[in-house]
Design a protein around this ligand. Structure first.
Ligand SMILES: [Zn+2]
Length: 268
């Protein structure tokens, strides 16, 4: 199927529910997790149980994040983000639900966005619930671990960096300044549920939409796949822009196997 089929799909709908994934942000310099068959490209990220249960897992996470955040925070929207912002400006977008935690849709100008998996620019205390800026924690991490900042590591998804084989036992993990609790990035980890009110809010928007457009997601994670499943069950057509296989291939009315920016270029 060609991009012109996608243009017709978009023109025929009144209100689209847009669901985006990592493929939207790859050309902004944020690497993808999975290959074209939906398999992990590298060691899967830490689970919620690991992170909360083991100091060693938190040391490893924050050491990698200390290096990865420096590049991640500088990422800027690309033409795929701009095209989807344009869709909203045209009044065609009911909601943009993103699995990305990079806030690049908001940076591109989308106003109606739900960050399904949270946002990496905030840190939450698991003790008192206080939210603080990730940049603030970066200062603490850097001050406590000055030697680590000099290390160079390849960038990995979600502000992570590859530091395989490193010994993390000397890494200092800061605690909440208010209560001493465990600090966790304000994103949904694997093994952790998406907050129910967030899912419900997104489902209400899906109810108002007459079709679903998914961009740059393999839909391998159930939290995203459920929206495609719900749309299909309600008889709403689903179009996907993605490179490679998705978990929802059998449910798609249209599949465009092109890079996101190319497939959406007709909107710009
Ligand atoms: Zn706290």
């Amino acid at each position: 199927m060609s991009a012109s089929s996608l243009q017709i799909f978009v023109e025929r709908r009144r209100r689209l529910f847009v669901l985006t994934g990592a493929g939207c942000s790859t050309s902004s310099g944020i690497p993808d997790y999975r290959d074209s068959d939906g398999r992990w490209k590298r060691v899967p990220p830490a689970t919620y149980q690991d992170f909360m249960g083991r100091l060693s897992a938190r040391r490893r996470y924050w050491a990698r994040s200390l290096l990865g955040w420096q590049r991640f925070r500088q990422a800027r929207p690309n033409d795929a983000h701009r095209a989807l912002a344009r869709l909203e400006a045209m009044g065609k977008s009911e909601l943009l639900l993103t699995q990305n935690v990079d806030r690049l849709h908001q940076a591109a100008g989308n106003a109606s966005v739900i960050d399904l998996h949270g946002r990496l620019d905030l840190v939450r205390c698991m003790g008192c619930g206080r939210r603080t800026a990730r940049d603030e924690l970066q200062d603490d991490l850097g001050r406590l671990n000055a030697g680590w900042l000099a290390l160079d590591a390849a960038d990995a998804p979600d502000g992570d960096a590859d530091l395989d084989g490193a010994d993390f036992s000397s890494f200092e993990v800061p605690a909440c300044r208010r209560c001493g609790g465990v600090l966790k990035p304000d994103v949904v980890f694997f093994g952790e549920n998406v907050p129910r009110d967030r899912v419900d809010a997104a489902l209400r928007h899906l109810d108002e939409a007459d079709a679903l457009l998914t961009v740059g997601s393999s839909l391998m994670v159930y939290s995203g796949y459920r929206f495609v499943e719900t749309a299909a069950r309600a008889g709403k057509p689903v179009a996907a822009v993605t490179l490679g296989r998705t978990r929802a291939d059998a449910l798609l009315a249209l599949k465009v196997e092109e890079p996101c920016e190319a497939a959406l270029a007709f909107l710009l």
